[in-house]
Write a protein that binds this ligand. Structure first.
Ligand code: F6R
Length: 367
């Protein structure tokens, strides 16, 4: 049942190219120049009128929602807030007539997310559920469902569900961009062409497993580490940090690279590993200066960036792992795979139960 893999998690990491293809399939126009969603109740008129979007979810799905915010804001130019579901309800969210709420849930059964959905609907919002289980409670109650077609996810640590959620956000962002005319047909076609290469590029990332494993065995000897990044990289490191904590039990914190100097730098000491995602070239210089801040205090830095940057980066860091070249907005779909493998191999090195980490359940039906 594990298809020749030692664990469900590793199998599911390897199923991501297929999950990307399946989630895109049937939603991209034949000419490759646009996106369509069959059965969406939300009309084009409503999409034109959306004033703001609230994305609500828990855990890994919340982290997908953080990337979703960047995606929708940059493609469709609609203001987006992303909230954890257990907080959303209790902060009396301001839901106006033209607020769209998107809940994200792999299982579709998470109690906090379901409660948030109901709160949003009670306030008159149209709710889209991005879910992997179309027969779930959340799918049933939502006004619209966008299915992620990742297939069943067994490992407690979510991998292919998260990346399929990213694909769903790219598609939705492009769909909205077309309707709201915030991107030209050429721009949309260009992004879709880059998305088409993602499954193959994930395969390329997977071939680096032996190098990632070696580095994972190294960090497994540490008790604490930091992840840093800017923009979508910051969203992705939050997921990487959760994944590592969840299955390896190594303590880590994910920081916006520019925020460290406002207090947390005090924790950087000799030898502490800092994992930096540096895929966003518009802020690369800034991220590099943050890397220098931690290097100066003795941190050992590993960077995830593009292969072409390796030589330059090796002047200021200890190790570089690379991802294939894609558009800046699409990098999360590749970079997170490095962090998933890192968490997997760290857990393996420490001989933990990878698929069933302590204290956790696959579906959280209590508030
Ligand atoms: C982490 C993980 C959890 C879930 C969270 C929400 O790997 O799996 O953080 O993402 O419990 O679950 P769903 O998406 O089913 O609502």
């Amino acid at each position: 049942e594990k298809g020749g893999f030692d664990h469900f998690m590793l199998k599911e990491i390897h199923e991501q190219p297929k999950a990307y293809r399946d989630t895109m399939l049937g939603r991209i126009n034949e000419d490759g120049k646009g996106v369509h969603f069959t059965d969406l109740n939300l009309t084009k008129e409503q999409i034109k009128n959306i004033r703001n979007i609230q994305i609500v979810a828990c855990g890994t799905a919340y982290h997908a929602g953080l990337v979703g915010r960047n995606i929708i804001e940059s493609l469709a130019k609609i203001p987006v807030e992303t909230d954890v579901a257990s907080e959303y309800r209790y902060r009396s969210p301001i839901i106006a007539k033209d607020t769209l709420v998107i809940v994200v849930s792999q299982s579709g059964e998470t109690a906090d997310t379901l409660a948030a959905l109901r709160e949003a609907q009670a306030n008159g919002a149209h709710v889209i559920a991005v879910t992997n289980v179309v027969g779930s409670s959340i799918a049933r109650d939502a006004n619209d469902v966008i299915a992620t077609l990742a297939g069943p996810e067994i490992a407690v640590a979510s991998t292919k569900a998260y990346t399929s959620q990213l694909i769903a956000f790219y598609l939705l962002g492009l769909y909205m961009a077309e309707i709201r005319e915030t991107k030209t047909t050429e721009e949309i076609a260009h992004i879709l062409a880059a998305m088409d290469s993602l499954p193959e590029q994930v395969e390329q990332v997977l071939t680096q497993a032996p190098i990632i494993k070696e580095y994972a065995e190294h960090i497994a000897q540490h008790k604490h580490l930091f992840f840093i990044g800017r923009g979508v990289d910051y969203a992705v490191v939050q997921e990487g940090s959760l994944k590592l904590k969840e299955i390896s039990y190594i303590h880590s914190e994910a920081y916006a690279a520019g925020e460290l100097k406002h207090g947390t730098l005090a924790l950087i000491e000799e030898g502490i590993p800092v994992i930096a995602l540096a895929t966003q070239e518009d802020v690369l210089e800034k991220t590099l200066s943050n890397i220098k801040e931690v290097k100066a205090r003795g941190a050992e830095v590993m960077v995830v960036s593009y292969e072409e940057r390796r030589e330059e980066l090796m002047k200021s860091v200890d190790k570089v792992l690379s991802i294939p070249r894609t558009l800046p907005l699409l990098t999360p779909a590749l970079s997170v795979v490095v962090l998933q493998l890192l968490a997997y191999y760290a857990s393996l090195a420490l001989e933990h139960d990878v698929d069933k980490p302590r204290n956790l359940a696959k579906s959280v039906t209590v508030e």
